[in-house]
Structures are given as structure tokens and as C-alpha cells.
Design a protein around this ligand. Sequence first.
Ligand SMILES: [Zn+2]
Length: 359
Amino acid sequence: MPNSVSSTTVMKEDPIQGPVWTGVDFGGPGLQTDFVRVPYSSDKSAYGWIPVPIICVSNGGGGPTALLTAGTHGDEYEGQIALRRLIHELPTTRLEGRVIILPALNQPAVKAGRRNSPLDGGNLNRLFPGSLTDGPTAAIAYFVAHVLFPIVDLVIDLHSGGTSLDYLPMALAHAGRGPAESESIRRLLKSFGAPFSAITNGSGGGGKSTLYAAAEQRGIAAITTELGGGPTLSEVGLSIAEKGIRRVLRDFGIAPDLGDDPNPTTRFARSLGPNHTIYAPCDGLFEPLVRPGDKVAKGQKAGFVYRTDDMVAKPCVLEFSTDGIVAFRRFPTMTETGDALFGLISETENDRPSHASKF
Ligand SMILES: [Zn+2]
């Protein structure tokens, strides 16, 4: 039996019209490309809008819908490229549903290569479920949460560590609001097949204000990813994104013929959260002693911070407060008090019997 999500999607007959709008007819067949038009009245353009690219590829009726997003943070590149490649492949394969792709979701941030929007400073992954009165970044979140979420069955929001973090490649998800939703999220994680799959409540990050958390709160199977980091492209992260998305579209019956890539084993884990994150205790030069993926033990030295205001002071010694696996470490050497330097996950059970065993 194919691994398909139950679909109650009713495709809309008319293009969306509203304060933030697009010319895409979500009920239409084939490939459509347009913009989400986000009104932004500036000195240079009184009645203008920000063009957020949107692509819809559909069989024209029936079947589940996947929403795939990248560029929620503009300095994270693996997902942006993976989705742009997928756009060219989908029209050539058999579709039994619909795929909505926004590869540069916070378009002003993507254009600037920055985490947050240069227009209003907005961090799109801290503004869900969005608003129409708090600037253009919140308006993008509003469109996703209020126009797209109601017509989709699964969500993948592709992130990486960005400029400031080096991340162990992984997928992350909130746990779901009950056993059925938990199982559906677990199936999605297994199908995506990142090396690690971490369950988190978002503490220390965006909590419930992130795209995938807001989707989960609507009962949608939703995951996010971290696919490397630093101000560059990770080939490994890009490959994980490309293969994972294709497997999900295949396994969930949306594009059944998409590739024949087998499902790899993912190692399930849980985020250990801010209580076991190491934050910089002072301004200075950060010297790490361990890398993402390393197993560490309680009391183990993690690194040093050399104070910039006292050249003869001994460095601050960083220690892990529990056992775990390093999920991320800070990328830049220059650091300030409060910067997150290391985060941990803890591996959990990996193959409990479940519906997911079908994968
Ligand atoms: Zn991100």
C-alpha cells in the first residue's frame, strides 16, 4: 500500500484574492509560476509589492498537496537550490496531487543573502502565524498560514545553519498534538531520511512562532531541516535535501514515479534545549574543541573564549552540562556574551514498531 496522507484538500476554483495575493490558480493543472504579491509602500514605490516567487505544479484535481519552502532565512542556501532544481523535474513526472513551492520565501532577505529582512528586520521564522499590520515579513507569514496551510497536507521548510551556525545535518519536527499526528510526522521524518531526525519543542529557537510549528498547530504533518551551515553551500546538505524531498513526494503518493532512491535509516533524537546549550559567558574569541556530530559527556571541555577586554586574563572554559551529541556549534570566531556556541541532541529509540515500518 502506498504511503499516502489522507487528503481532504478542496482545490479552489478561483485565484486567491486578498491583501496579499497571487495570480496562481491553485485548482489549475500543470505548472504555474507567479509571485505572492506582498504590499510594501516605500519611498521609492508608493503602491508597490514585494515579489515572492511561487510555483504550483498539479495534476489539476485530487490527491494530497505538499508545501515546500526555502529561503525563510535568506542566508541558508541548500534548500533554495534543491527546490529550484525540483521545479524543472516535476513537470516531467506523473503527478497524483499537487506541489506548491516557494524557494525564496523571505524574498528581500534572500536577495540580500541575510537571515532577516533588510526591509523591516523581520525574522520570518519568528513571526508565524503572521499579521497584515506588522510589516512585510509578517505579511509573508500571514499568507503562508492563512492561504496556503488550509490547502496543504504536508509541509517541509528547508533551513540550514546560516551564517552563524555549523549544523549536523538533520530534520526536526514538533511532536504533534496526539498519537495520530505524531505517527504522521514520524512517517514524514522517516521518508525524508536525514541522518538524524530530532523531536523538539522549539525552545531556545523559535518556539511556536516558526513556520513548521504553526503548521503542526493546524494538524499538518510538518518538518524543518538543518543542512549544514556557514556562509556557503554544503554539497552534503544539498544532496540530503534533494533526495529527501523526492522520497517524500514519492512515498506520500504525490509523484509516485519520482526516482528509485531507497529510504536510508534515520537516527531519531530529541533536542536537549536551552538548558544544555552552551552560551558565550563573555565577549571574545571562541575556540571550539569539538565538532557537530561528536559524542560528548557531562563535564567534558567544549572550548574556550578568550576575552577581548583583557589580554592577560585566562580564557573562559566551556563545559558540557550533560551527555549528548553536538547538534551545532557557532561558526564565527568572534563572539559576544549570549551567543549560542554549542547545542546538543540525545539519541532516542530508532525502530519501534509502528506504521512507519512500512517505509
Ligand atoms: Zn533558518
